[in-house]
Design a protein around this ligand. Structure first.
Ligand SMILES: [Zn+2]
Length: 366
């Protein structure tokens, strides 16, 4: 049973947009006090120069390390300040039990998942929905019902390399969504279907991933304006997730969208084995969105309260006495920083968010 005290840290509440300089005391995995007197035997951490918020949520990652899949070690994410992640459909009904028993249950951080419509998820490379006759909606429904605390919804990729009949796949996802009441996430990058068609299958709570990708189908028209179908979809509650990944974040798309008042519903990294080097960390993606015009409060909200809302999680995302200890620790650096988007384009930014670790329950990850 550990007792910790982080002294003289700047605690930010992105939802109320409040900041306070305080000492955070934690005992037995809970917040004992903010600015409370020290207690005997607690381990003191010097928080000068550090910032804290409630723990960051990365709404799109891959953590299932099946030999052929892409999962990264979640421990590295804790050190990068992320305390909750959502695996975006790495496993399907045929291997979800393995993912759950051998990985999710043993995870050091909070994990949820989307279940891939494809029976074995993305464990076979980029082919999972080429033969739609192998998709079993019954198996998807049964698996989702067996893990109601973990499976938030469903995932499908309609990239032409992955799926040859994208509309048929979307119709299956729609049917599954209607039958279960759970949302689905669409990876549409490289799809040749118009975005209007893709979004027409999506309802409130469904998530359009890789929002700022330069690739087709794209959220912007040829003159750089948001397509009407995108605005209509947002108005009816379809969510738009950043999910950076290897090739799905363009500065020019993000900057134009932000200038038109179109923020994503969450910032997520889409970190997996093959994208880790390019993406770096969730904090780096946040810094890049700041370079495109978002302010600090906004990016912090997009990885806390807004991400929880997009995912329909019951988190209140505040640091309060009696709450479970769930903190992200980071530094803020001001200067001139050169960032690169996933198309290799450079951009200068004035703020770098540098993660320094996390506290989750009784563990401190520095
Ligand atoms: Zn992904």
């Amino acid at each position: 049973m550990g007792a910790y005290r982080i002294e003289q840290i700047t605690l930010l509440d992105p939802i109320r947009r409040q900041r306070m300089q305080t000492d955070i005391s934690m005992e037995d995995g809970r917040i004992r006090g903010l600015g409370a007197p020290p207690s005997a035997g607690e381990q003191v951490i010097d928080g000068r120069g550090l910032y804290a918020t409630c723990g960051w949520i990365d709404a799109h990652v891959h953590t299932y390390p099946h030999p052929k899949t892409l999962g990264v070690d979640p421990m590295s994410m804790l050190k990068d300040g992320v305390t909750a992640v959502v695996d975006a459909g790495t496993a399907g009904p045929g291997n979800f039990q393995d993912f759950y028993q051998n990985w999710l249950q043993k995870s050091p951080l909070r994990q949820k998942a989307y279940l891939n419509l494809a029976y074995m998820g993305i464990s076979e490379g980029t082919v999972e929905l080429q033969d739609l006759s192998t998709v079993s909606l019954e198996a998807c429904r049964e698996t989702a019902a067996a893990y109601p605390e973990v499976i938030l919804g469903f995932k499908l990729r309609i990239d032409p390399r992955v799926c040859h009949e994208p509309e048929k796949a979307l119709a299956l996802a729609r049917k599954l969504g209607d039958e279960t009441g759970k949302p689905f996430v669409v990876h549409a990058s490289r799809s040749t279907l118009p975005i209007d068609t893709i979004l027409s299958y999506m309802r409130t709570g469904d998530i359009y991933a890789h929002t700022f990708a330069q690739k087709t189908p794209g959220i912007l028209d040829e003159s750089g304006h948001l397509k009407p179908a995108v605005l209509e979809a947002r108005a009816r509650g379809v969510r738009f997730d950043l999910s950076h990944g290897n090739g799905n974040f363009s500065f020019s798309v993000a900057e134009r969208a932000l200038a038109q008042g179109f923020l994503p519903d969450a910032i997520s990294s889409d970190i997996h084995v093959r994208s880790k080097e390019r993406v770096g960390s969730l904090a780096l993606v946040m810094s890049k969105l700041m370079a495109c015009g978002a302010d600090l409060w906004t990016v912090l909200e997009l990885v806390t309260g807004k991400a929880a809302a997009m995912l329909n999680l019951p988190e209140d995302c505040t640091v309060g006495v009696g709450h479970e200890a769930n903190l992200t620790l980071f530094e803020l650096h001001e200067g001139a920083y050169s960032f690169t988007d996933s198309d290799g384009m450079p951009k200068m930014g004035a703020c770098l968010i540098a993660p320094k670790g996390a506290v989750l329950g009784e563990q401190v990850y520095l």
